[in-house]
Design a binder for this molecule. Structure first.
Ligand code: ATP
Length: 342
């Protein structure tokens, strides 16, 4: 089976803005895959190439083995998209919007009606079936976007910031809903600015920045790459900074009656550090371990101007980054939509 998504050396130029600069990425079938990146990293452009809203400048892009341009219909029919923007026909009752959407993807009228009803029930909007989109609350609109993405029974759901601006309760409801869909076999590609969301939901996360892949890893692997902080409280404050001989300890500093150790491996280095301190005459009375967060790793990897260093780290640690700077002379339609319906 081909992966759900495979892009190789994907490039997109909007005039002289290079939004994607040779992106390589594979999303395995059945996975819950997160796409993280700061504003302008190229996430939406990547999605728009996959769904045929933006024509790529170079490289290849396939959905379940179907080229997104040469086999547009097969590729597009496999995708359910919940975009960031509410691009919904506002004048029809929402059940009709869903029926039109299913019909557009070749579903018969009876089946479309049944699916529309199911989708509205799944997202808790069955009692709003005859309401116009405009008259839904903000949270209901977000839920409706998910219903519309689901109504074609897609093999992959692409969710572009599905929980942006929703309250905590609805966010948790949406997480549960999406997780259930993934458990039932649907591949999920999620872009988000909420690191907690990626940490909780995703099997794997790709971090992209300035149109290139920085790394792909599980959230746990990413967190392992960060620097943790061990705070050791001493019975008596140290008068000078003790020496700790351990490869895992990067830095030692004295802060009041505590020693602060920056380490690469959380609490693993603590017993050895305590033994050495006691051998030097210190008595440790308390120990606190602060693990790095995915957010800190993310910020570190995407810090402006640090892309090359981050990519180098990624190459050493986890996944090779092909930050190829292939020059392309092609200009294009600057993102003109080639399909109206999403
Ligand atoms: P965000 O997190 O803010 O949604 P993003 O990662 O989705 O950002 P994109 O929207 O893909 O990023 O934008 C990538 C780059 O391409 C940005 O520099 C953006 O200004 C530019 N861009 C996007 N769409 C167009 C367009 N239609 N015409 C010209 N430039 C564009």
């Amino acid at each position: 089976m081909p992966p759900a998504i495979r892009v190789e050396n994907l490039e997109k130029d909007y005039g002289d803005v290079r939004a994607l600069k040779g992106l390589d990425l594979e999303v395995p079938e059945g996975s819950f895959f997160g796409l993280l990146g700061p504003n302008g990293a190229g996430k939406t452009t990547f999605i728009n190439v996959l769904v045929g809203l933006v024509r790529k400048t170079g490289g290849t892009a396939e959905v379940f083995g179907h080229d997104v341009e040469d086999e547009y219909r097969e590729a597009r029919d496999a995708i359910g998209l919940a975009p960031q923007e509410f691009n919904v026909d506002r004048f029809f009752p929402i059940h009709e919007v869903l029926e039109h959407k299913a019909g557009y993807h070749g579903v018969s009228a009876d089946e479309a009606e049944r699916r529309a009803q199911d989708a509205l029930e799944t997202v808790g909007l069955a009692d709003k079936a005859d309401t116009r989109f405009d008259w839904l609350s903000g949270g209901m609109k977000r839920r409706f976007m998910l219903a519309r993405a689901m109504v074609t029974d897609p093999d992959i759901l692409i969710l572009d910031e599905p929980t942006a601006g929703v309250d905590v309760e609805l966010r948790h409801d949406l997480w549960e809903l999406i997780t259930d869909l993934n458990d039932a076999g649907t591949t999920i590609l999620l872009t988000t600015h909420y690191i907690e969301e990626a940490e909780r939901l995703c099997d794997e996360v790709a971090i992209i920045d300035q149109g290139r892949k920085i790394t792909v890893a599980t959230p746990a692997e990413l967190m392992d790459r960060g620097t943790d902080t061990l705070t050791l409280t001493l019975a008596q404050a140290a008068t000078e900074t003790p020496t700790i001989e351990d490869d895992r300890v990067d830095q030692v500093s004295v802060e009041g009656d505590s020693l602060v150790l920056r380490t690469a491996s959380g609490s693993e280095g603590a017993p050895a550090a305590i033994r050495q301190l006691e051998a030097q005459g210190h008595r440790v009375v308390d120990l606190d371990v602060a693990r790095t967060s995915l957010e800190e790793v993310f910020v570190d990897l995407t810090r402006t101007g640090d892309i090359d260093a981050a990519a180098e780290d990624a190459r050493k640690g986890l996944d090779a980054t092909r930050a190829s700077e292939t020059e392309s002379s092609t200009t294009d339609e600057s993102g003109q939509a080639s399909e109206v319906s999403q």
